[in-house]
Design a binder for this molecule. Structure first.
Ligand code: PEP
Length: 256
């Protein structure tokens, strides 16, 4: 099995002492796991990034933020810049998560600005896309994800794609316990590779890491990971518990 990437989005959970406890539990479990094949990224809240970076200093777990602001700096009370994230030791940021799109009205232009800024500041990006249930029922999934990719990655050059991972996260599957079936996810992942090829040139789609996200749990991870175009997972709820996250990591490594 090709090397998988498993990323954990902690959302707005875990104060600093809880974050430290979870990271220590994860580190302990990983040290006992000899396979060491997958790429692992955790995205705690901003407030825990510095302490997480310290705790992860000699670990294989990489660190990411859940968001950045679209401007480099300025009078934007309450916002966090790419530089600030970078200075914590984080290497990644999630951009375009459906909760940012839904609750904070982030549109494709904002997401594109954020992606460009993240890349400029040398942060790698987990770029999230996905359709709502309503749009899936109208048979518009492929139109929606095409639009999201076209706009989100607008003006980028193919060489920049190596610092972007796409996460296909159907909105109806996030936090709902309703996972896309492996067939549903596979269909869209392979379609995404075609779109990327069309936008950036033949072969670019195949090189892109495409994660599936939406209620990935220990008991459904193996089925999803068995599909050829599913390169890993962006995990929400199940990453808040070291044992479930570890089971998903092991499913990605073919260890049970
Ligand atoms: C997410 O937050 O990106 C996510 C996929 O959440 P969950 O796994 O809880 O559905």
């Amino acid at each position: 099995m090709a090397k998988k990437m498993i990323a954990g989005n902690w959302k707005m959970y875990k104060n600093n002492s809880e974050a430290l406890r979870l990271i220590k539990q994860l580190r302990n479990r990983l040290e006992k796991n000899p396979a060491r094949k997958s790429k692992i990224v955790i995205c705690p809240p901003f407030t825990a990034l510095s302490l997480a970076a310290k705790e992860l200093a000699s670990s294989r777990i990489e660190l990411g933020a859940q968001n950045i602001f679209w401007e480099e700096e300025g009078a934007y009370t309450g916002e966090i810049s790419a530089d600030m994230v970078k200075s914590t030791g984080a290497k990644w940021t999630i951009i375009g998560h459906s909760e940012r799109r839904q609750y904070f009205k982030e549109d494709e232009k904002v997401i594109n600005r954020k992606i460009k800024l993240a890349l400029k500041k040398k942060l790698k990006v987990i770029f999230c896309i996905g359709e709502t249930l309503e749009l899936r029922q109208q048979n518009l999934t492929k139109d929606i994800v095409t639009n999201q990719v076209e706009w989100g990655l607008k003006d980028l050059d193919p060489a920049q794609l190596k610092n972007i991972v796409t996460a296909y996260e159907p909105v109806w599957a996030i936090g709902t316990g309703k996972t896309a079936t492996p067939d549903q996810a596979q269909e869209i992942h392979s379609f995404l590779r075609e779109i990327i090829d069309a936008l950036f040139g033949a072969g670019t789609g195949q090189k892109m890491t495409i994660l599936y996200g939406g209620s990935v749990k220990p008991d459904n991870a193996e089925g999803l990971f068995s599909r050829p175009d599913i390169d890993g997972a962006l995990v929400g709820g199940a990453c808040l518990d070291a044992s479930s996250f570890m089971k998903i990591i092991k499913a990605g490594e073919g260890v049970f």
